[in-house]
Design a protein around this ligand. Structure first.
Ligand code: FES
Length: 105
């Protein structure tokens, strides 16, 4: 696995983007859980964020695609609103160990 970020730093960002092995991903800290997804909207296959590290809606309750406003559940990546309704973000396998978030890519 690849060491992604220390969990304290991610808690401050809440959501943060990365590029590893030419793959764009992002991580989210939400209510004690950590979630990592590929940074690729199922609608057009493009990056989700417009501003760096801004992957959440204004309530920080859902992941949002900045292009057409699709909304995704943080815990599942399922699209619950927008043009890709019913599709989902690709989950990246991750774990927390020794205060770091690790990913399998
Ligand atoms: S590209 Fe994401 S909703 Fe259209």
């Amino acid at each position: 696995m690849i060491k992604l970020i220390d969990v304290q730093t991610l808690k401050q960002f809440i959501s943060k983007g990365f590029e590893i092995n030419n793959k764009k991903i992002f991580a989210i800290f939400k209510e004690g859980g950590y979630f990592v997804y590929e940074n690729k909207c199922p609608h057009l296959g493009i990056d989700l964020e417009f501003l760096p590290d801004q992957f959440l809606d204004s309530d920080k309750a859902l992941i949002i695609c900045s292009t057409h406003g699709a909304l995704f559940e943080i815990q599942t990546g399922q699209c619950v609103s927008g043009p890709c309704l019913g599709e989902h973000l690709e989950l990246i396998d991750s774990k927390v160990e020794q205060d770091y978030l690790w990913v399998s890519i």
